[in-house]
Design a protein around this ligand. Structure first.
Ligand SMILES: *Cc1c(COP(=O)(O)O)cnc(C)c1O
Length: 393
């Protein structure tokens, strides 16, 4: 059996896969089993932030694997403590971290912190979590329910109670009541279609929530770890959330989720935990990824790369006004609105045939989440392939 047959026979069919098998990568360049080359404008949905097969990450992981990969959270774990320090310092917030294994798990942790915090004086049980329509917070039963998309609530119930959806930032205030334990938002909705929130509105909301002592949870699973320029989008928006979640890019390809919070006293020993979370392997990756990106931030390379990518995207957009209606996004989390959904899926398939990987978001957005280390040559080659992909439409 070839790989595709093997997968179809033994793997549950939860993904509509494209018929490509990648075998090797180098920064933003990928090679499939036939030796065909592709430029990766996806980072595997914002994960491989420092590129494929990053030498520094690979070397650090090899060294770690040869020493120790796992014991348990019953003991002190050096790379976990160091990763927490690096993440907290890069954020600039006075927070502490809990390490899990995915974005959904980080958001579960965030909800647990907000709810336990909500029970602090015992009289009123604060349990409601307000999220936004078109949001995406994960695939566990709770985070599916936290996700403000009706279509995702069709099966799997009964769900945990207490999730309330607001139709935009403006609608949150009127939903706040004595039972509200937290408000969870993405500053740029990713899966929802690369939709940045308005900075002033977010700042107003953050201020209101502070006055009411309701924790603001910012889901930075996609926006975090320098994706939009600052370490967190929260810093770029000039707010001080009580809880931030990170995952995707922060492990550079190794599964890791982080919930970080100013509410350091809420969870006590035994309230939360994870077998794998924070182990030597994943947190060593976090240390290396954050170091690499801190250096790129300081040297200015991060900004240069973002400017180069956006310039190329803008040029491409301007040349194809018959197909695209708007350029959206911030930093290296960007997109082009396509005139219709059908054209969008054609572009994605054509792009792959022409050797460039791009993503879909929402109904009609062509999404770009390139590695933050993508080179000028890779950008040029990728847009050349994309130009070829749209010329045949
Ligand atoms: C991807 C994503 C998640 C879910 O992360 P997993 O690692 O797949 O559980 C949650 N929130 C946002 C904003 C995401 O983009």
């Amino acid at each position: 059996m070839n790989i595709q047959e093997l997968d179809q026979k033994y793997v549950l069919p939860t993904y509509a896969r494209a018929a490509v098998e990648f075998v090797r990568g180098e920064n933003a360049t990928l090679f499939d089993a036939d030796g065909k080359k592709y430029i990766d404008f996806t980072s595997g949905i914002g994960v491989v932030s420092v590129g494929h097969a990053n030498k520094r990450v690979a070397d650090a992981l090899c060294e770690q694997v040869n020493a120790i990969t796992h014991i348990s959270n019953l003991y002190y774990i050096a790379p976990q403590a160091k990763a927490a320090q690096k993440v907290v310092e890069a954020s600039g917030y006075d927070m502490q971290c809990f390490f899990g294994n995915s974005g959904a798990e980080a958001n579960e942790g965030a909800i647990k912190i907000a709810r336990k915090h909500g029970e602090r004086d015992g009289e009123i049980k604060r349990y409601k979590i307000i999220t936004l329509n078109h949001s995406f917070h994960g695939r566990t039963i709770t985070t599916v329910k936290a996700t403000g998309q009706e279509a995702m609530h069709n099966y799997f119930g009964p769900f945990p109670d207490g999730f309330v959806y607001a139709d935009g930032i403006d609608a949150i205030e009127s939903l706040l009541d004595d039972h509200t334990a937290g408000v969870m938002i993405e500053l740029i909705q990713g899966e929802g279609g690369v939709e940045p929130q308005d900075k002033e509105k977010v700042q107003k909301l953050a201020k209101l929530l502070k006055e009411k002592e309701i924790p603001l949870i910012v889901d930075e699973v996609q926006t975090g770890c320098y994706r939009i320029g600052a370490f967190t989008a929260s810093q770029a928006y000039g707010i001080e959330p009580e809880i931030i979640t990170l995952a995707k890019g922060v492990g550079g390809g190794v599964p890791v989720g982080i919930v970080m919070t100013t509410l350091k006293e809420v969870l006590a020993a035994g309230d939360h935990g994870s077998t794998f979370g924070g182990n030597y392997l994943s947190t060593r990756a976090v240390c290396e990824v954050v170091d690499i990106l801190n250096e790129r931030k300081e040297s200015g390379d991060l900004e240069i790369t973002s400017l180069m990518f956006n310039k190329a995207l803008e040029d491409f957009y301007k040349k194809h006004q018959d197909i695209f209606i708007q350029k959206v996004g911030i930093g290296m989390m960007c997109g082009l609105r396509v005139k219709d959904a059908e054209t969008l899926s054609k572009i994605i398939n054509n792009a792959r045939d022409n050797g460039v990987m791009v993503l879909k978001a929402g109904r009609n957005t062509l999404r770009f989440l390139p590695p933050l280390t993508i080179t000028k040559e890779e950008i040029d080659e990728g847009f050349k392939a994309l130009t070829a992909a749209v010329s045949g439409l």
